[in-house]
Write a protein that binds this ligand. Structure first.
Ligand code: CTP
Ligand code: MG
Length: 230
């Protein structure tokens, strides 16, 4: 039985692809920092959850200043690591309850809807489910890269794009992370699949739930917030 819901928000990255003089999660989006949108979405969707906010040492200073400036009440802060996987693990080790549900969400996905968060939380609350991720269809065509620089087209319909929040039974995810022993992977589903070797359920993700990655994504997020209600 799931006893408690934790949400790990990973926001300890440096935003290399985005560029700029401040990591993207602290930048302004429609009047408040990107990270405030993300936290507000989680708080609104699952008010009873315990949030662990993962920040780098430098990021923590910026964040404290922003919280002062905006009168914002920060969730509990955990120090991140050099990779996303290490950042997640630093928060996971603080969760003792093996039966708890843990959602992991990118701080850089501020447009996540209340509905998507609740859908993921509902599915992981089912006793027979151990892991669940939101997925969306691919829009570009897909091909394998060959060592000689050529590409080999593959059947796109066999694949999907995976978003966050991703949710898992805490004990199983912790075991998977300890087996991974510091190895960095793209997301928690990859760690869970490789090291827990359990099936992962899926729910429908959302095209609006973009990850702010390149500078243009922040502009897209502004326009989306100004024009759509979700
Ligand atoms: N993240 C993290 N700790 C890291 C690296 C990433 O908590 N060591 C977080 C980021 O802050 C972000 C999420 O993981 O919210 C997804 O990562 P990504 O979009 O790759 O962000 P960055 O790593 O910051 O960006 P880049 O890869 O361009 O440097
Ligand atoms: Mg990164």
């Amino acid at each position: 039985m799931v006893t408690r819901t934790y949400v790990i928000i990973v926001a300890a990255g440096t935003g290399t692809r985005f560029g700029g003089n401040m990591p993207k999660q602290f930048m302004q989006l429609a009047g408040k920092p990107v990270l405030c949108h993300t936290i507000d979405a989680i708080r609104g969707a699952i008010p009873t959850s315990e949030i662990l906010l993962v920040l780098s040492e430098q990021g923590r200073e910026i964040w404290h200043e922003l919280c002062d400036e905006y009168g914002y009440d920060s969730p509990r802060i955990v120090l991140g690591g050099d990779t996303r996987s290490q950042s997640v693990n630093n928060a996971l080790v603080l969760i003792d309850d093996a039966d708890a549900a843990v959602l992991i969400h990118d701080g850089a996905r501020p447009l996540v809807s209340c509905g998507l968060i609740q859908r993921v939380a509902e599915v992981i609350s089912r006793p027979e489910i151990e892991g669940v991720v939101p997925v969306i269809p691919l829009t570009n065509a897909l091909a394998a890269r060959c060592p000689d620089g050529t590409v080999l087209p593959v059947d796109r319909s066999a694949y999907c794009a995976v978003q966050t929040p991703q949710a898992f039974r805490a004990g199983l995810l912790k075991d998977a992370y300890s087996k991974a022993d510091g190895e960095a992977m793209a997301d928690d589903a990859a760690i869970f699949s490789t090291y827990a070797q359990r099936p992962i359920a899926s729910v429908e993700g959302e095209i609006n739930n973009i990850k702010i990655t390149n500078a243009i994504d922040l502009k897209i997020a502004e326009i989306t917030l100004a024009n759509f209600q979700f």
